[in-house]
Write a protein that binds this ligand. Structure first.
Ligand code: SF4
Length: 464
């Protein structure tokens, strides 16, 4: 196939549609999977071949390869986080969203920065160390002055042995100048979802407000990276149009960022539309995807951009989240509240969407342990300066694991001593012993033993 010039535009729909129109050639799948297993990622035409697979037998091969790549790059750890919604006011009118401007059935709130700090403390008391801060899109009500104050209050807030160590943000797109300012607040990843990369569908489902401008949103990550931000997170919202187009467009967006800035997206999120109060469209989205398809999407993303984290929310059921973690997801939210004030100050406020995983963090941690995963609360890379291109240089050859695994186990130990139920603590400490015993590299094993001993003795925030 012709070489794609990813720098020429972010999304080139004709190229994607041509790839999707091709007849499936299952004989190519083995070669493509062999290439993916070398952790080199895939070209767009190769990802398209995999996306076009529909028979279960070939799909199983894709799943198997994805599991392998996940294991090599990420080991057995899953990073945990919680969303913190600061506001649900919005000037846009996205057809699928509970916060849309015309939805009169919900109570609107903008938390004060002090209330945001209270929410952060409630999240810390669960045991989380990492949050994503979200607002609706209202540049006047939740502008940068407001966000700066909220972020400062969150970092300043403390409870016994608890603190938020990394704040990712998911807010409206900004200008280059404003991204520079946002970057100065000390945030982790800037996340923004295109929702749909199909311009026609985009215009239909985003009829009003600044979000109606497709390119303003599409070019946001270019502006963020131009402004000097290091880590960005992208994603579509599945259910609006052909999932194959959305997945390939997400990959094209990734390749564009990599080609233009030398750094691909730090994360890709894979939300599906879920019902929201007062929003009929959300109950019956036009291109609903089933679980088999969802698994294929996650597996193809994992094989195509092995170095990029994949994020799952509590929109999905516990059983599906487990399967998707096996196939490639690396970060999940737990004990989430998707309404402003939902953790403490205004528990009754309406949510942005319906959740399907309502387990406590303790239950999620225990389930992960049972499945052989290390629940991780690690935030070390960001604080050690392993961000942007430096992170990618370690992540691409699979070297990041040497830092992540000890840090994951050390933060799990913190959680067990400070927040876990007796049962989870017992299981977790046994799990940690096994992890230490199974660590093959003697240097890493001794480092890990030392880190866990420090945590057991009461030291906190032990990382490398
Ligand atoms: S998706 Fe975002 S921008 Fe659209 S209505 Fe909801 S909160 Fe507003």
């Amino acid at each position: 196939m012709q070489k794609i010039d990813y720098k020429s535009d972010i999304i080139q729909p004709d190229i994607i549609n041509d790839l999707l129109d091709k007849k499936v050639d299952n004989s190519k799948v083995d070669d493509i999977l062999n290439k993916a297993l070398k952790l080199k990622g895939l070209d767009l035409d190769e990802s398209a071949e995999l996306m076009n697979v529909t028979d279960e037998e070939t799909a199983e091969k894709i799943f198997k390869a994805a599991k392998k790549v996940k294991e090599i790059i990420y080991g057995n750890r899953i990073v945990l986080f919680a969303p913190l919604y600061a506001a649900n006011v919005c000037t846009n009118n996205c057809l699928y969203c509970g916060f849309r401007r015309d939805n009169n059935s919900i109570v609107r709130r903008v938390l004060t920065p002090d209330e945001v700090a209270e929410e952060a403390k409630a999240i810390m008391n669960l045991g989380h160390k990492r949050i994503v801060l979200l607002t609706g899109e209202d540049y006047a009500a939740t502008g940068l002055d407001y966000l700066e104050e909220c972020i400062q209050k969150i970092y300043d807030a403390k409870v016994f042995n608890g603190e938020i160590r990394r704040i990712n943000v998911n807010i409206a797109p900004l200008s280059v100048e404003d991204f520079k300012r946002l970057d100065s607040f000390g945030i982790g990843t800037y996340q923004l979802f295109q929702e749909t990369y199909n311009e026609e569908v985009y215009k239909y489902v985003h009829p009003a407000g600044k979000k109606a401008n497709y390119r303003w949103r599409l070019e946001a990550m270019d502006r963020a990276l131009e402004a000097g931000m290091h880590d960005v997170g992208i994603g579509p919202l599945f259910g609006l149009t052909d999932y194959r187009f959305e997945t390939l467009a997400t990959l094209m967006h990734s390749h564009h960022l990599d080609a233009k800035f030398g750094v691909g997206p730090h994360t890709i999120s894979v939300p599906r539309i879920e019902p929201a109060k007062g929003v009929t469209f959300s109950e019956n989205p036009p291109e609903k995807i089933d679980e088999f398809t969802f698994k294929k999407i996650v597996a193809v993303l994992r094989l195509s951009v092995p170095y990029t984290g994949i994020i799952l929310s509590t929109r999905e059921t516990p059983a599906l989240r487990k399967e998707l973690c096996d196939l490639g997801a690396s970060q999940i939210s737990a004990e989430s509240r998707v309404n402003p004030g939902g953790y403490s100050v205004h528990k009754e406020t309406d949510s942005q969407f319906t959740m399907s995983d309502n387990r406590t963090l303790d239950e999620v941690v225990r389930a992960l342990l049972k499945d052989g995963y290390t629940p991780s609360f690690c935030t070390a890379c960001y604080r050690k300066g392993r961000i942007g291109k430096d992170f990618m240089d370690l992540a691409k050859p699979g070297l990041i694991k040497q830092f992540c695994q000890p840090n994951a186990v050390s933060t799990l130990a913190e959680y067990l001593y400070d927040y876990a139920s007796e049962e989870t603590k017992k299981e977790g400490l046994k799990f940690i012993e096994q992890q230490i015993a199974n660590t093959e590299n003697p240097r890493v094993q001794s480092q890990l033993t030392d880190m866990i001993a420090k945590v057991a003795a009461g030291e906190r925030d032990v990382y490398n």
